[in-house]
Design a protein around this ligand. Structure first.
Ligand SMILES: [Zn+2]
Ligand SMILES: [Zn+2]
Ligand SMILES: [Zn+2]
Length: 148
């Protein structure tokens, strides 16, 4: 089995792109975190957190596109003009609750909900392959802030 790193290196080779230090650093940053949801700008900040050799914003953006092309990260359109990325390799299926006040993403998994979706598909003779479920609302923290 090839690792995410092998897949990425192969993808660069196929596109005739060089394996550069910034590209590898971006890859390692994404792979090194569990349950990590981020925007492209978040990643720019995190990649540059611990180093003085800054990676440019455009390099991060372009590298994210490459990572998405080879399915190491998945891009989800959360709202108009707001995309969020998450690691696609090694991640178990889950759905999201998204706070529209602070942007916090809460992951959840409900076996019941999954089963209901399967049976609804079955009723429509539809073969499901994947689904994305985002529930928008207000998180506990923001709800509390509003009350105070
Ligand atoms: Zn689900
Ligand atoms: Zn919130
Ligand atoms: Zn997630």
């Amino acid at each position: 089995m090839s690792t995410a790193r092998d897949i990425f290196l192969e993808h660069l080779r196929r596109k005739g792109l060089k394996v550069t230090r910034p590209r590898l650093r971006i890859l390692e940053t994404v792979l090194g975190r569990e349950r990590f949801h981020f925007t492209a700008d978040d990643l720019v900040g995190i990649v540059n957190e611990t180093t003085r050799r800054k990676v440019s914003r455009s390099t991060v953006y372009r590298t994210l596109d490459l990572l998405e092309e080879c399915h190491i990260v998945r891009k989800e359109r959360i709202q108009e003009g707001f995309n969020c990325y998450e690691k696609a390799v090694g991640a178990e299926h889950h759905d999201h609750m998204i706070c529209r006040e602070c942007g916090r993403i809460i992951e959840f998994h409900s076996q019941q909900l999954e089963q209901i979706q399967d049976s609804v598909c079955h009723e429509h003779s539809f073969t499901p392959e994947r689904h994305v479920l985002h529930i928008f609302g207000v998180c506990r923290r923001c709800a509390k802030k509003k009350k105070d």
